[in-house]
Design a binder for this molecule. Structure first.
Ligand code: IPM
Ligand code: MG
Length: 365
C-alpha cells in the first residue's frame, strides 16, 4: 500500500526524535512492502524564523494532501520573548484547529521493566495502562473572547471556556468507542460542581450513553481525577475530558510511565475504529527540550510509539503497529535505556542507537 506522510520536525529535539520515527516507519515499509512518501514542512519556531509565521498556509495545504502527519516539537528560548506577536505554540494550536484534529489520544502504559524509573512506589504503578481522550480543538484553549485590555481601574484579561453540543458529543463518542475496544469502562472527567460547560458536558455524556449499553459510564471531577492518578491509577482505563483538563492530567499521568519520553499521542479528525484509516497527527507529548537539542541523547521512544499509533489509526495497519510496539518492549527488556529512563544495571544509549535497535527488530532481525 502507498501512504503520504507529512513530516514536521519543528524545534529543539523535534528533528532528532522524528528522524528515528522515520527510520522505523521506513523499515516497516521495506519489510511489509508499503510505500511511505514523505514531504517535509515547517512549523513552530523554525517556521517563524524562516517565514514570520508559526504555521504557513503552505504547510497546512501540504498536510491536507497527506493521510497522516508526524510532528516533532515546537518552542525554544529564541522565540520566548513574552512580547513577541507570534509564538511557536501558535503553530501547533493552528494546525490542530486547521486540520480538525479534535480527538487527542494519549495512552499511558508502564512497561514493566521501567517500574523503577518512575517516582512512584512500584505497588502503585505496576500494571498501569490507561488512555486519556483529550478534546483538542475547543474549550478554554480556543473560546472567545480571549484577550487583555486596559480599563480605568487597571488591566484585565479573559479566556473563555465554551463548547457546542456537537463538539462534546463527538469526543464523548471517541471515548465510548475506545472503551468498547478495551475494558468497557469510560470515565468522563469534568468540573460539573462549578462550571456550566462541565454541567453541559456531563449531560451530553449521559445522552450518548444509551447507545453504548455495553460500556459503563462514570463521571469524575477533575480534581478527584488528578488525585486518583497518583493514588490508584490502575482504577482508570479510558478517560475523556476537556482540552485544558486533558493537558494538565496527561503531564501528570506521564509520570506513571517513567518519563514523558515514553508517551506517544494521536490527534485524530474522526472517531477511531479498528481497521479503518482516519487522518491524524502523531507526536510525543514531550516538548522541544532545547537544552538537549543537538546532543542526540533524547528518548525517541515516544515518537516511535507515535508512529505505531499512525500505522494503526491512520493506515489501518494493526499488525505492523503491534510489531513496532513489541520492538520497543523487547528493547527495553533487554536493558537499553536513554538517560531519562536509566536505572542501575541498564545500558545507556543515545537517540540514534535506540532508533537503530528498534528498527533492526522491526525489520525482522
Ligand atoms: C501539549 C502541549 C501543548 C498544549 C502546548 C505546547 C501548546 O502542552 O500538547 O500538551 O498545551 O496543548
Ligand atoms: Mg501539555
Amino acid at each position: 500500500m502507498k501512504f503520504n506522510v507529512a513530516i514536521l520536525p519543528g524545534d529543539g529535539i523535534g528533528p532528532e526524535v522524528v528522524n528515528e520515527g522515520i527510520k522505523v516507519l521506513q523499515t516497516v515499509g521495506k519489510r511489509f512492502g508499503h510505500e511511505f512518501n514523505l514531504t517535509y514542512g515547517l512549523i513552530g519556531g523554525i517556521s517563524i524564523t524562516q517565514t514570520g509565521e508559526a504555521l504557513t498556509k503552505e504547510t497546512l495545504k501540504m498536510c491536507r494532501h497527506c493521510q497522516a502527519v508526524l510532528h516533532g516539537a515546537v518552542g525554544g528560548p529564541k522565540w520566548d520573548d513574552p512580547k513577541a506577536k507570534v509564538r511557536p505554540e501558535d503553530g501547533l494550536l493552528a494546525i490542530r484547529k486547521g486540520l480538525g484534529l479534535f480527538a487527542n489520544l494519549r495512552p499511558v502504559k508502564l512497561f514493566p521493566p521501567l517500574v523503577n524509573a518512575t517516582n512512584l512506589k512500584p505497588e502503585i504503578v505496576t500494571g498501569v495502562d490507561l488512555v486519556v481522550v483529550r478534546e483538542l480543538t475547543g474549550g478554554l484553549y480556543f473560546g472567545r473572547p480571549k484577550r487583555q485590555w486596559r480599563t480605568s481601574r487597571g488591566r484585565r484579561a479573559v479566556d473563555t471556556m465554551a463548547y457546542s453540543e456537537q463538539e462534546i458529543e463527538r469526543i464523548i463518542r471517541v471515548g465510548f468507542e475506545l472503551a468498547r475496544a478495551r475494558k468497557k469502562k469510560l470515565i468522563s472527567v469534568d468540573k460539573a460542581n462549578v462550571l456550566e460547560t462541565s454541567h453541559f458536558w456531563r449531560q451530553i455524556a449521559m445522552e450518548v450513553a444509551p447507545e453504548y449499553p455495553d460500556v459503563n459510564l462514570e463521571h469524575m471531577l477533575v480534581d478527584t481525577c488528578s488525585m486518583q492518578l497518583i493514588q490508584n491509577p490502575r482504577y482508570l482505563d479510558v478517560l475523556v475530558t476537556e482540552n485544558t483538563f486533558g493537558d494538565i492530567l496527561t503531564d501528570e499521568a506521564s509520570m506513571l510511565a517513567g518519563s514523558m519520553g515514553m508517551l506517544p499521542s494521536a490527534s485524530l479528525a474522526g472517531v477511531p475504529q479498528e481497521g479503518t484509516g482516519i487522518f491524524g497527527l502523531y507526536e510525543s507529548i514531550h516538548g522541544s527540550a532545547p537544552s538537549l537539542a543537538g546532543k542526540y541523547m533524547a528518548n525517541p521512544l515516544a515518537t516511535i510509539l507515535s508512529v505505531a499509533m499512525m500505522l494503526r489509526h491512520s493506515f489501518g495497519l494493526t499488525q505492523e503497529a503491534r510489531i513496532v510496539e513489541t520492538a520497543v518492549e523487547t528493547t527495553i527488556s533487554e536493558g537499553y535505556r536513554t538517560f531519562d529512563i536509566m536505572s542501575e544495571g541498564t545500558t545507556k544509549v543515545g537517540t540514534r542507537e535506540m532508533g537503530d535497535m528498534i528498527a533492526l527488530k522491526v525489520g525482522g532481525q
